[in-house]
Design a protein around this ligand. Structure first.
Ligand SMILES: [Mn+2]
Length: 344
């Protein structure tokens, strides 16, 4: 990277704590981890950190259990070429770098390890932008106003003077792009745009990522979108829109639970909708709910009523019940929530 062309100003709000860098530097065989059903921000941040810190004295592996990855984002793992951590690697690792993950029990370590004490006292470095992060690391760097974990990972790599290849720049750009919904959400700060500009300068492939992330639906993903459109309903005087996908509907479309990602944009795209929800039954008897707020409406407290978490205007929860029961439980609370919020 040419320092003269990369923005000199790194905002003080985002200045990287030195103990984060020290903890990563001290490791020799760390594993990067992100949240279950990793999105582009989770994958981009973990893979770029892994690429940046792999050198003669350190091999960084990534925890990405095969079944956890969506069809759409497989290219990020394949392009990065970061070695995937096995159970054996978990035994031998000397640190865990967790990105974009609010709670330790959301770590994407695979079904077998998730129930166990997989870190066993070894250091956890926790880097995230979720407001509800529980600070479960030994070292924690949580910036809840950051656009994305990729923005934080970019700042981290630069402060630590670790390399950012054009490939890593593409990975980081992908997460910043998608977590801000194409630089269209209020989280699109000057810092986010500066980071994105720097990443393009370094060599992020903007056109290729746009194509892959926004204009490359597999037929199965497209068929699932049809279901989401068809199932969209409006309640609460039109201010709430929600849609749903049952277990059978997901599977009949040729998709899996891991393919449920940004379909919430469908009910959210209706004019006048302030609160959007997507109910998806990825496994029978387990219903995931995505919540999105627009304008002044925040949804985090509503998600927390159901044991969920996330960001002020983008949150999620999982209920141990079927689709219809989840809808019946959540919709009345959502209507009440919007009325109580005084947003009429
Ligand atoms: Mn994120």
């Amino acid at each position: 990277m040419n320092p003269a062309t990369i923005s000199e100003q790194l905002s003080n709000a985002s200045s990287v704590p030195i103990d984060v860098i020290t903890a990563i530097e001290a490791s020799r065989s760390p594993i990067v981890i992100s949240h279950i059903v990793p999105d582009a921000d989770a994958l981009g941040s973990m893979l770029a950190v892994a690429l940046g810190w792999t050198d003669k004295g350190r091999i960084v592996k990534a925890s990405i259990p095969e079944s956890s990855l969506s069809q759409k984002l497989t290219f990020m793992r394949d392009h990065a070429g970061v070695p995937i951590a096995t159970k054996n690697d978990f035994e031998r690792a000397d640190a865990f770098i967790v990105l974009d993950t609010a709670r330790k029990d959301r770590c994407n370590v695979g079904a077998e390890l998730r129930e166990s004490d997989w870190s066993r006292g070894r250091p956890i470095i926790n880097i995230d932008h979720h407001a509800t992060n529980t600070r479960f690391g030994n070292v924690n760097w949580i910036v809840d106003h950051a656009s994305s974990s990729c923005e934080l990972a970019y700042l981290l790599l630069r402060h630590a003077e670790r390399p950012i290849t054009p490939m890593a720049a593409s990975l980081l750009y992908a997460g910043t792009l998608t977590d801000t919904l194409g630089f269209s959400l209020p989280t699109t700060s000057p810092d986010a745009l500066r980071a994105a500009a720097d990443l393009v300068e370094i060599g992020a492939d903007v056109a290729d990522l746009g194509e892959r992330l926004f204009r490359s639906h597999k037929q199965s993903e497209f068929d699932l979108l049809r279901v989401i459109y068809a199932n969209t309903k409006r309640v609460g005087a039109g201010r709430i829109a929600y849609s749903s996908a049952s277990y059978d509907e997901i599977h009949n479309a040729g998709c899996k639970a891991s393919d449920i990602d940004d379909q919430i944009t469908v009910p959210r795209s209706l004019d006048g909708v302030q609160l959007a929800m997507l109910f998806s039954e990825g496994r029978p008897g387990k219903t995931r709910i995505n919540f999105r707020g627009s304008g002044t409406v925040t949804v985090l407290k509503l998600a927390q009523q159901f044991g969920g978490g996330g960001h002020a205007q983008a949150a999620g929860a999982i209920l141990d019940c079927g689709l219809q029961e989840a809808i019946d439980r959540v919709i009345p609370k959502a209507v009440e929530f919007l009325n109580d919020a005084g947003n009429s």
